[in-house]
Design a protein around this ligand. Structure first.
Ligand code: GLP
Length: 244
């Protein structure tokens, strides 16, 4: 059963999500966080930066694992998820960059890299708190419709919908990579706690399918119904399709 918290605005939902993350870090300073990219968590990251700068929230002992990366993009590429994380969070807090992990999109042996990424998560003790967004087709990380609900870290083909949704970050749609490496649904479900942030009417159908639809590979976020501690943190527009 997915818990749902709805807020008036994106600012409010971002603050609420940041409070959950900061409480986690204060209770366990060496927390392992699962981090997401995309527009949705940017407000949450902005609030965490403010909490670090103004309230002394300390990331010195935190370890992080990101969900995914575009295949073929160098970490230094302007549109890589590594660059996104550095710019939107890591460069502004006191996390040790060596403790931040983003899957490599350019490893010679991607399959071996995927296995070692999973092993690194286990070696760190597993993910305490996973932050997620949701794709307009109901995907989490890059687990597109059809992904097995027990899938692990692997290479995936992106759907046309996802390519066009993400084209806004690139100069042209032709520049959007067609493949990515992503944590699997099974990997994500092993996190002890999960929060998913979503805002805007473009997410309302995906959110209602995930929360109130059948658990199905057609909406991989619906697998979160089987997780013990998942909360969706929404604005009113993203919650509009829910019968609550
Ligand atoms: C990408 C990411 C997802 C993210 C989704 C939604 O596909 N791989 O992790 O949840 O985009 O992005 P946005 O928050 O920009 O709508």
């Amino acid at each position: 059963m997915i818990q749902v918290h709805t807020y008036e605005s994106y600012e409010e939902l971002s603050k609420h999500a940041a409070k959950i993350v900061s409480d986690q870090i204060r209770i366990k300073p060496d927390s392992v966080l699962g981090l997401a990219t995309g527009s949705s968590p940017v407000g949450l990251y902005r609030e965490l930066i403010r909490m670090h700068q103004e309230d002394g929230l300390d990331f010195a002992n935190v370890t992080s694992f990101n969900l995914d990366e575009y295949l073929g993009l160098d970490p230094k590429h302007a549109q890589s998820y590594r660059t996104f994380m550095n710019q939107n969070l890591f460069n502004h807090i006191n996390i040790e960059i060596a403790k931040t992990h983003v899957p490599s999109g350019i490893a010679d042996d991607i399959a071996a890299m995927a296995l070692s990424y999973e092993q690194a998560i286990r070696d760190a003790g597993g993910i305490d708190l996973q932050i997620l967004g949701i794709g307009s087709d109901g995907h989490i990380a890059f687990n597109e419709p059809g992904s097995d609900l027990d899938s692990r870290t692997r290479v995936v083909d992106l759907e046309e919908q996802t390519i066009s949704d993400n084209a806004r970050f690139f100069e042209s749609i032709d520049d959007v990579p067609r493949q990515a490496i992503t944590m699997g649904v099974g990997t994500i479900l092993e996190a002890r706690e999960i929060i998913l942030v979503a805002n805007g009417e473009g997410k309302s159908a995906a959110v209602s399918d995930a929360v109130q639809g059948d658990v199905s590979t057609q909406c991989t976020a619906s697998a979160l119904q089987n997780h013990a501690k998942t909360t969706f943190i929404l604005d009113k527009a993203a919650a509009a399709g829910l019968n609550i």
